[in-house]
Design a protein around this ligand. Structure first.
Ligand SMILES: Cc1cc2nc3c(=O)[nH]c(=O)nc-3n(C[C@H](O)[C@H](O)[C@H](O)COP(=O)(O)O)c2cc1C
Length: 766
């Protein structure tokens, strides 16, 4: 029985759900009086609200602002207004069918007169009259609802056109001011009703189907051209198209993105050639927009619109979680409410021609009102670059026992240096400085280039230096020369001490190293592999060549399961690396180069060399903000940050680990030499290589540096991974120190290769 009644009522409610315009009855007209009578008889449940006498009191008081009137005087004035009529016939009865309410109101002119009285002189009578002639369109009714209602309250339009195809969902109720009974209702209907409940005389036109190619021109012009368009919709496609159309008709566009209260003003009325969205989307293929379905596809379009670099840290961090732990962008009622207020304010000024600027503005409460005690992370001071004076002073200290070149001239030195600069270095930091003291080539570390959190005890520098020495040695072999290399000739590493003294001697008997042929073409490839197996003979050759550099072991993982396990470790390490503020800073501020002109990038990692998919490029820009990263770390979120490395690593044909005998600087240099030989062999066989070093660097800091600089939580995570890592590569920790890991795979060539400093930037002669 109850179920039947409920379903009948649902049907009746649904029928009523389309309505959003109230009905007016002026009972001085006998026909309307009769109609009202019939309505009340047919619907005995209608609730009636009659405060007409108190409204009239307000009219009287408004008429006499300078006078304090007695009740008697007010009543007298009311009687004058009624002029013999019954109060029941005064004004207008307004029936709201959706809520079955009948309300007795002052009629339009008097209603407006008293309802807007508290606007004076924030809005003058002349301004109010002008605003009553203006037309405003609002697309998208989340922030749009807030804007529309605020403008309705303030009464700053004559007609409001609203468009949204969506209905109210429970998930909207965190920011859309509405009752729970309105769930399922079209947002247009919801807003139109709320406006009618605030002021039944306001004109509202609804586009329930939202905005599309067919109705955009109508929306902007039918019934009179809009004076302002307010865009608050989610669709990138509609955002762009509505602006293109608004520009065509010379209609200014306003937008508020609730994050940091970002306000966009585009005065197409004053600047007909203004690029849409301030030119932020000029580089995108706008033709593709309609086909974008997933958030991942839309992100590269959405972020330039909302401004990747200027989003709040919380929104950036949240963006990383979209599709992972949240469904879409978070948005708060406080921000939406504020946005409504700000938009209504700016819109009024634009409508009154009191504002003519265009641009993007922020009214960021987090920045404007702050305790000022937000903890700034303190980064260690960066060392000064090594100078030629330092180099000369240290060179002068070399003992006479350090070998001296017997055959070297400028042409040969040049050849050797040409080879030296081709060496790989972490983050392409090229930390080397070569000095020819007239007797031999001396290799120095430039701490200003090599300083990095990951560079625990200079291990990374030493790996890179090893590869440079190996290159010089291979080039020497090709020139019929041999090297006499003394590592750390001042018997000390660090503190600017020379890393190596290299004496060059003629050696007619020396066979040119066949790997010489691959020095130039060797490079890092960050594309996915095809996972196909590599001949054991090739892997054996890689091992044999690498072992020549005096390392402890060269091991491979080739089984799919093992590769998946190491991929997991690599992914997690890369994420944790970014959760360590210094690690994050190394990557984003020191290593990465974001510029667009590769010709000017001679060091660091040009973002293009990372071969990122467009969505990952966008993600990279988002996580560039250390504050966003810290939030993800605090929330123990950011799982998606593991995926890029993990997925790439999982496509490897083999993963190779080079281990040294210990963690000494010499051992790291030898591992660098071994790395370079291994790399050149893979190059010879047309295989691709990517070093994957985050696990190695952090294990070293954990094992040898007691985890210094990392939080206990992060150390615990690395410790857990270290355990699996040792097991996976079956390492004997007393004899095998893991120093260099890379994936080997088959793939196409990278689109962009890294560039080097010139020889003259890194080589000095006495
Ligand atoms: C010690 C060392 C560590 C490296 N670690 C990584 C790494 O973790 N991930 C990566 O993609 N590339 C890594 N690289 C590759 C360098 O970024 C690359 O060698 C450098 O940018 C120069 O580019 P090229 O190898 O194409 O000449 C590493 C290189 C070296 C020498």
């Amino acid at each position: 029985m109850t179920a039947k009644i409920i379903s009948e009522r649902i049907a009746a409610t649904e029928t009523a759900n389309g309505t959003f315009t109230p009905t007016f009855f002026r009972t001085t007209d006998p026909e309307q009086a009769m109609a009202l009578h019939r309505l009340l008889e047919s619907k005995p449940y209608i609730q009636v609200y009659d405060t007409i006498l108190s409204q009239l009191r307000e009219v009287v008081k408004t008429d006499h602002p300078s006078k304090t009137m007695t009740d008697g005087e007010i009543d007298e004035k009311i009687e004058e207004r009624l002029a013999g009529r019954s109060s029941a016939d005064y004004g207008v009865w307004v029936y709201y069918p959706w809520s079955e309410k009948l309300v007795h109101l002052l009629d339009e002119q008097e209603f407006i007169y008293v309802r807007t009285n508290r606007n004076k002189y924030k809005i003058t009578d002349q301004e109010e009259a002008l605003l009553a002639t203006r037309r405003v369109g609002v697309i998208g009714l989340s922030v749009g609802q807030s804007v529309s209602l605020t403008m309705a309250m303030e009464r700053t339009f004559g007609e409001l056109r609203i468009a949204d195809y969506d209905t109210l969902e429970i998930t909207n109720l965190n920011r859309l001011r509405s009752g729970v009974f309105n769930m399922g209702l079209l947002k247009t209907v919801l807003v139109a009703r709320e406006i009618a409940e605030i002021d039944p005389f306001l004109k509202v036109t609804c586009y329930h189907e939202g905005i599309n190619d067919n109705n955009i021109d109508d929306f902007l012009t039918k019934g009179g051209k809009l004076d302002v368009l307010i865009d608050e919709c989610d669709s990138v496609d509609v955002k762009i198209k509505s602006r293109v159309a608004a520009r065509k008709f010379g209609i200014p566009v306003l937008m508020e993105a609730s994050d940091r209260c970002t306000v966009d003003i585009e005065r197409f009325d004053l600047e007909p050639d203004r690029p849409i969205l301030h030119g932020y989307v000029d580089h995108l293929d706008l033709g593709q927009m309609r086909d974008l379905k997933t958030m991942e596809e839309k992100l590269p379009y959405i972020l330039p619109i909302v401004g990747i670099d200027t989003m709040s840290p919380r929104l950036k961090a949240s963006a990383v979680e979209i599709g992972q732990t949240i469904n879409t962008w978070p948005q708060l009622a406080s921000a939406v409410t504020m946005g409504g207020g700000i938009m209504a304010d700016i819109c009024r000024k634009v409508l009154l021609r009191q504002l003519s600027v265009s641009g993007r503005y922020f009214i960021d409460i987090d920045e404007l009102i702050t305790d000022g005690n937000t903890k700034e992370i303190e980064f260690p001071a960066e060392p000064d670059p090594i100078t030629l004076t330092d180099i000369k002073a240290l060179s002068a200290k070399l003992p006479a026992t350090v070998p001296v070149s017997t055959a070297i001239d400028a042409a040969i030195t040049r050849k050797l240096m040409d080879a030296a600069v081709l060496a790989p270095s972490a983050g392409n930091n090229q930390p080397w400085k070569w000095y020819n003291d007239g007797k031999r080539l001396l290799l120095f570390d430039d701490p200003a280039r090599s300083f990095a959190f990951a560079n625990y005890d200079n291990m990374i520098t030493h790996l890179s230096m090893g590869s440079a020495i190996e290159n010089v040695d291979i080039a020497a072999s090709a020139a019929g020369m041999a090297l006499d290399v003394v590592l750390f000739p001042l018997k000390a590493s660090g503190n600017l001490n020379p890393v190596a003294a290299v004496a060059v001697k003629a050696d007619a008997g020396r066979v040119a190293d066949p790997l010489f042929a691959y020095l130039k073409s060797r490079h890092t490839n960050r594309k996915p592999g095809d996972g196909t197996a590599i001949d054991t003979a090739i892997l054996d050759e890689v091992r044999t060549e690498a072992m020549k550099a005096g390392v402890s072991s060269v091991k491979f993982l080739t089984e799919k399961d093992d590769i998946s396990r190491i991929a997991e470790i690599a992914g997690r390490s890369d994420k944790l690396r970014m959760f360590i503020p210094e690690g994050h800073m190394d990557l984003f501020r020191k290593e990465m180069r974001w510029g667009n002109d590769p010709a000017k990038i001679k060091d660091g990692l040009d973002i293009k060399t990372l071969d990122l998919k467009p969505k990952d490029q966008v993600g990279f820009r988002v996580i560039r903000d250390g504050r966003a990263m810290q939030l993800l770390s605090d929330w123990e979120a950011g799982a998606v940050l593991e995926n890029m490395t993990k997925d790439l690593m999982a496509t490897a044909s083999a993963v190779c680990l080079i281990s040294g005998r210990d963690f000494s600087p010499e051992s790291c240099i030898n591992a660098g030499r071994a790395m370079q030989r291994a790399w050149l062999v893979t190059e010879k066989h047309g295989l691709a290589v990517q070093p994957v070093m985050a696990p190695i660097f952090h294990f070293a800091r954990m094992v040898h540096g007691n985890g210094g600089g990392m939080s206990d939580q992060i150390v615990a995570k690395f410790a857990e991974m270290h355990h699996s890592f040792i097991e996976l590569f079956n390492l004997s920790l007393t004899a095998e120190e893991p120093l260099f890991m890379f994936r080997i795979f088959r793939s196409e060539e990278p689109a962009v290769k890294s560039i080097r400093l010139d020889v003259d930037d890194v080589y000095y002669s006495n």
